[in-house]
Design a protein around this ligand. Structure first.
Ligand code: GLP
Length: 241
């Protein structure tokens, strides 16, 4: 594990973006595993800057996102498809048909989970996977549980996750109660993982994730077993370590 300690969010975003930038330059047909949330927004802004400067080409890039809310489609400004289109895809030359997210509006979620899992399997996992960290230690939407779910699955969101994510919604009751998420095996299949964490409120859980027991009660703790993990985190998030 490699830890990049930064002064603040801006520095974290820049440094983590540089890792993705280098990946795309070195392997222009990479499979990028992408994430949503506020921790990774600055990274996308930096990638867009590199693109606008003419320094990086996404035309052969393929993407697979971690997760999507059940019940939300691309028209909903809270869906992860909307987030990705508006915060990255619409601003670079990635081909939309090469971007993959679970379909939150699928009629049969079992079929949808299998479809998405097959996409990941066919790629052989991501070349590089971006992750944020939930306050309860979740990665993607793999919530604390008794087991590590392996494949893409439908998950009931924890009350704490619903509360944490309600800041993006008008009303807490608008937050979907379920989501489709990559499983732990799908995530761990990535050749490299970049975990972005910032803020004091994540300090305790980040310590548990990186140095506590490896347990499905802290889903992110599985990352300790990955042999190419980079953690980009600010001083506040690393303050317990
Ligand atoms: C959501 C996403 C996660 C993300 C987490 C942290 O729950 N499903 O993939 O890591 O939020 O978000 P933030 O970076 O906004 O704290």
């Amino acid at each position: 594990m490699k830890i990049i300690k930064t002064k603040n969010y801006e520095e974290m975003s820049r440094k983590a973006a540089n890792i993705f930038f280098a990946q795309v330059v070195a392997k222009p047909d990479s499979v990028l595993g992408l994430a949503t949330g506020s921790s990774v927004l600055g990274l996308y802004e930096n990638l867009i800057k590199h693109y606008k400067n003419g320094d990086v080409d996404f035309s052969d890039i393929k993407t697979i996102n971690l997760d999507e809310y059940a019940g939300l489609g691309k028209e909903s400004d809270q869906s992860y498809r909307y987030y990705m289109d508006n915060n990255l895809f619409n601003h670079v030359n990635v081909k939309k048909e090469n971007t993959n997210l679970p379909n939150g509006l699928a009629k049969d979620m079992k079929v949808e989970c299998k479809r998405y899992n097959d996409i990941i399997e066919n790629f052989g996992g991501a070349d590089i996977q971006l992750l944020g960290l939930g306050l309860n230690g979740h990665i993607g939407f793999n919530e604390p549980s008794d087991v590590f779910p392996k494949e893409t699955h439908l998950v009931d969101l924890e009350e704490s996750t619903i509360k944490a994510n309600s800041r993006f919604f008008e009303n807490e009751k608008d937050v979907p109660r379920q989501a489709v998420t990559m499983g732990i095996q799908n995530i761990m299949q990535a050749k490299q993982i970049v975990l972005c964490v910032c803020g004091k409120q994540k300090a305790k859980i980040l310590k548990a994730v990186l140095f506590g027991d490896v347990t499905p009660n802290v889903p992110g703790s599985i990352l300790q077993l990955h042999n190419n993990l980079i953690v980009a985190a600010d001083e506040d998030a690393l303050s317990e370590i």
